[in-house]
Design a protein around this ligand. Structure first.
Ligand code: HEM
Length: 475
């Protein structure tokens, strides 16, 4: 009953938005149950119904939400009105895990900017320099995983956990300057994965408080991860040496020391959240994108043939790939782009909030309105992509086999605007190096002649590929 009262109060408070209503909400749950198992597909479908259109209002429990669909609406909001759509609303899952500090969950403002700029500087310093710790660490990790695959001697294996391990260790290297196996992180990556697998941004427990008791293990996982992260940050603090700064935590501690006299937001609390941000944003996204890409390549044998041909022609069979090769390997880049278009890691972005009142497409949207951006609708828009369900790397190649459509208006896998992905550049380096290293060494097939019937994947915060088994043959 109390929840229902809150629902009515909220509706009164927020009904000032003039954005038209989507489907009629049900009592208490609102539209939550109507969204189904694949909410991005449902929202995309609703946006094609003329009476709802590309921008409409929903009730998720007691929360009124404005949903943005279609590439042009999304671009206009996130890019042209970037500052206004750059807030983050209260969302139980995010608040309980990231506490409104660091970057991902921070409200839009000076504290957020200081930390986002710090991350951009740090990624350039530790991730993008030639022969950086990221590049060499990443290649070491793939070598290690390739050995494990070789030991399987063509017997079936699942690849998801191996990819998660590479991605997690890459973040470990950047963040702490150390690898996974040396620091006994108690399967941190498995816990992160478990969380991603069990929940979605618009999961019921975010909007219906009485369902939270069924989700206790997610928050237990978060606490475990936080304990490990705080221990590791503590270790760096104890061993801090400002003459020898090799990773993001050291760089942050250094800024904290240097800025002690000035008023800044650099603090231990923000550091802990920032490190958590890196693991949350930088592991599952990478492993998931790689997993989808490998899945698509294996499902389309002609693509694997083309990849092997390009690797042999430009790198050869022995030299490890480097970031510089990216600018010459158009086919692999096209495959990665098409894989992200077909299954963007975050089909619905982390929720946004308006930072001030705005009149958008003739609708009034007040400050602090909860905004959902359905990126899926951009990447699957029939007006921009012919047969959008089809995996076709050639969309990103011109008649001379050079890259095209990289900046296509409907292609936003890393989002755009003030809240766009901070790790886009280091993500692209990792995706390229890992993919090329694996296909340089192996030919992959689905185990036991399995043929995928459903290419739609399993939803979570990110959208996961079918959990199938592979066989690898040394080339
Ligand atoms: C394939 C890999 C990745 C994809 C597809 C991806 C995608 C995204 C997307 C779509 C967002 C935007 C959310 C929004 O608009 O509200 C985002 C945010 C973010 N990403 Fe990534 N990401 C990837 C890898 C990474 C990596 C490796 C890192 C860093 C280690 C990273 C760090 C971040 C951070 C810190 C944010 C929050 C930005 C903000 O709130 O201002 N991401 N990512």
């Amino acid at each position: 009953i109390m929840h229902h009262k809150k629902f009515n109060n909220n509706e009164k408070k927020e009904s000032s938005t003039t954005v038209p209503c989507g489907p009629r909400p049900w009592p208490i749950v609102g539209n939550l149950l109507q969204l189904g198992y694949r909410p991005y597909e449902t929202l995309h479908r609703w946006s094609k119904i003329s009476k709802y259109g590309e921008i409409f209002r929903l009730h998720l429990g007691s929360q009124i939400v404005v949903v943005l669909n279609s590439p042009s609406i999304i671009r206009e909001a996130l890019h042209d009105h970037g500052e206004i759509f750059a807030g983050r609303p209260y969302l139980h899952m995010i608040h309980e895990t990231l506490h409104g500090k660091g970057v991902i969950s921070a409200p839009y403002g000076r504290e957020f900017h200081e930390h986002k700029n710090f991350l951009i500087r740090s990624f350039n310093r530790f991730g993008r320099r030639r022969r950086s710790s990221l590049e060499s660490g990443c290649l070491d990790q793939v070598r290690f995983v390739a050995e494990k695959i070789r030991e399987k001697q063509s017997s079936p294996f699942r690849i998801g956990n191996m990819l998660s391990q590479i991605a997690c260790n890459n973040i470990c290297t950047l963040t702490f300057g150390r690898y996974f196996e040396t620091i006994n992180m108690n399967n941190l990556f498995e816990k992160i994965n478990e969380n991603f697998n069990q929940t979605t941004t618009i999961a019921c427990f975010n909007f219906l408080p009485f369902t939270r008791k069924f989700q206790k293990n997610i928050f237990e996982n978060v606490k475990d991860c936080n304990r490990v992260i705080q221990k590791l940050v503590g270790e760096r603090e104890t061993n801090f040496d400002n003459e020898f700064i090799t990773n993001i935590v050291d760089a942050y501690l250094d800024e904290m020391n240097q800025h002690r006299q000035r008023s800044t937001y650099f603090s231990k609390e923000n550091l802990d959240s920032l490190v958590q941000d890196l693991f949350v944003a930088g592991t599952e996204t990478i492993s998931n994108t790689l997993h989808w890409t490998i899945f698509y390549i294996v499902a389309h044998p002609y693509v694997q043939v083309n990849i092997h041909e390009e690797i042999d022609r430009i790198i050869g069979k022995d030299r490890p790939p480097c970031d510089k090769d990216r600018s010459r390997m158009f086919y692999i880049e096209a495959v990665l782009l098409e894989s992200m278009r077909c299954h963007c890691a975050g089909p619905i972005l982390l929720p946004r909030a308006t930072t001030q009142d705005i009149t958008f497409h003739n609708y009034f949207i007040p400050k602090d309105t909860f905004i959902l951006v359905n990126m899926w609708s951009a990447m699957k828009d029939e007006q921009h992509w012919s047969e959008p369900e089809k995996f076709e790397p050639e969309r990103f190649l011109d008649e001379n086999h050079r890259l095209r459509n990289v900046n296509h208006p409907a292609m936003m896998p890393f989002s755009i605007g003030k809240r766009a992905c901070t790790g886009e550049q280091i993500a692209k380096i990792q995706l390229f190096l890992i993919l090329v290293s694996l296909f340089q060494k192996f030919e992959f097939r689905f185990a036991n002649g399995w043929i995928p019937k459903d290419l739609r994947g399993q939803p979570g915060v990110t959208l996961r590929p079918p959990n199938c088994q592979y066989e690898a043959f040394v080339r």
